[in-house]
Design a protein around this ligand. Structure first.
Ligand SMILES: C[S@@+](CC[C@H](N)C(=O)[O-])C[C@H]1O[C@@H](n2cnc3c(N)ncnc32)[C@H](O)[C@@H]1O
Length: 158
């Protein structure tokens, strides 16, 4: 499994015992170094950008990201990350995750920080355009505006 945007690693710590092999890709060099120190023996930590991934095609059976998409500074870069997630997945592999929707609380939390919220109403189309299939978006019950999603890279057709 590949996790994009582990941050200081709460989700990484939860995942590391659940999957046979975990790689975490973090943009921030300092956070990547900290993770290497704390989790390096149990997961492969890579410093890099989810919208230009340093991995070959078909490298992972699952790609996940939690509460990180809205930290990507434009919709175009987000779309590149979705295309990259599809590229590095094996055929039949799953892309899954969750993110925050727009709300006053989210806005206040991100004063002075990047916040380009993914709209769950148009997200399925964006994932389909990145070549994913079986896209499912599940919104949290109001008043929460977060959502989670799964999508699959198509099996090779022959
Ligand atoms: C709010 S943290 C989420 C941490 C963790 N996934 C969680 O749920 O607690 C978002 C992380 O995504 C990272 N990030 C932002 N853009 C990224 C990118 N293009 N590639 C990889 N990581 C990125 C940020 O550096 C930050 O550490």
């Amino acid at each position: 499994m590949l996790e994009i945007g582990p941050g200081y690693g709460p989700t990484t710590r939860a995942l590391v015992g659940l999957v046979p092999k975990l790689t975490a890709l973090e943009l921030d060099p300092r956070l990547a170094e900290d993770l290497e120190r704390t989790l390096g023996g149990r997961a492969t930590i890579v410093q890099g950008d989810g919208s230009a991934m340093p991995f070959g095609d078909d490298s992972f059976s699952a790609v996940v990201c939690f509460t990180m998409l809205h930290h990507i500074p434009s919709a175009e870069l987000q779309d590149r990350l979705f295309a990259e997630a599809c590229r590095v997945l094996r055929p039949g592999g799953v892309f899954a995750g969750s993110d925050s929707g727009m709300s006053l609380g989210v806005r206040l939390l991100h004063v002075g920080d990047t916040m380009v919220v993914v709209d769950p109403d148009t997200f399925d189309g964006r994932l389909s355009r990145a070549d994913f299939t079986e896209v499912r978006i599940e919104r949290a019950a109001p008043p929460r505006r977060s959502f989670r999603f799964t999508a699959r890279k198509p099996h090779e057709t022959g």
